[in-house]
Design a protein around this ligand. Structure first.
Ligand SMILES: Nc1ncnc2c1ncn2[C@@H]1O[C@H](COP(=O)(O)OP(=O)(O)OP(=O)(O)O)[C@@H](O)[C@H]1O
Ligand SMILES: [Mg+2]
Length: 244
């Protein structure tokens, strides 16, 4: 699937990510947990090839991407759906056109696109009559569902989520977590989720990696979280106990 080896990223002499080693398993939901500014979004941007590593390698399906051109990345990105931080919908497009965006670029005909858009809206739990609405007409939770619909419309084997529950109230956040789990089961998708929300992490993760000051300091199985060693991970878990 995706393998990161000694992955570094620096900008203006500042180390943002420091020797990340991580291999994602097929079909799992891997949550990268970490405080604000620790490098989570940067890591996702590297994985989808929007920025280039300063050192180390990213292998996708066994192929080193180091010499990939923009065109190669565009092709490999067909395998990856991305749900950006704060939904990032196209404000001037209807919900239909937002979800259809990637499908149009894939060369499907309009009838097939229409069918797929409605199937996908259904899959993410949005009503069909939402299709003609604009993003500004939707609640935060519905915008997030639309962003997820846009990312899964092409049924990519890998889905990346940047802070899928941030800014949502706890009840809506809960429904988004359920949706992420549901998609993993229905589409057998490999999900990589970055978040600073421990409640979300515990609901969806098969494994959790703690990113702290640019380093991946601990990786634990969901079932072994009680044995976590890093003080910050323990603190996250303590906060979780207080929250439930
Ligand atoms: N283009 C850039 N130029 C300068 N610094 C940057 C750039 N991109 C990211 N950084 C810095 O890199 C660090 C990590 O940023 P990143 O956005 O990856 O963090 P994050 O963990 O996603 O944070 P948040 O939880 O707030 O979204 C931050 O200190 C940020 O200021
Ligand atoms: Mg971020």
């Amino acid at each position: 699937m995706i393998k990161l080896t000694n992955l570094d990223y620096s900008i203006d002499g500042k180390i943002i990510l420091d020797s990340i080693n991580l291999e994602f398993c097929k079909g799992e939901t891997f949550v990268i947990l970490g405080p604000s500014g620790c490098g989570k979004s940067t890591l996702l941007r590297l994985i989808i090839g929007l920025i280039k590593p300063s050192g180390g390698t990213i292998e996708i399906d066994g192929i080193n991407t180091i010499n990939y051109t923009v065109k190669d990345w565009r092709q490999i990105r067909q395998k990856m759906g991305m749900v950006f931080q704060s939904a990032a919908l196209f404000d001037s497009l209807t919900i239909f056109d937002n979800v259809a965006f990637g499908l149009r670029r894939s060369g499907l005909n309009e009838a097939a696109i229409t069918e797929r858009v409605y199937q996908t809206l259904n899959l993410v739990g949005l009503p069909e009559d939402i299709a003609t609405k604009m993003p500004a007409d939707l609640s935060g939770g519905m915008k997030k569902r639309t962003a997820i619909a846009r990312a899964v419309a092409l049924e990519p084997p890998i889905l990346l989520y940047d802070e899928p529950t941030t800014g949502l109230d706890p009840i809506i956040a809960d429904t988004i977590n359920e949706l992420i789990k549901d998609l993993q089961l229905k589409l057998k998708i490999t999900s990589i989720v970055v978040t600073h929300d421990i409640i979300s992490a515990l609901q969806i993760a098969n494994r959790v990696g703690l990113l702290y000051q640019g380093k991946l300091v601990e990786i634990v199985d969901r079932n072994e979280l009680s044995q976590a060693k890093h003080p910050l991970l323990k603190q996250f878990l303590h906060n979780y106990q207080l929250a439930i």
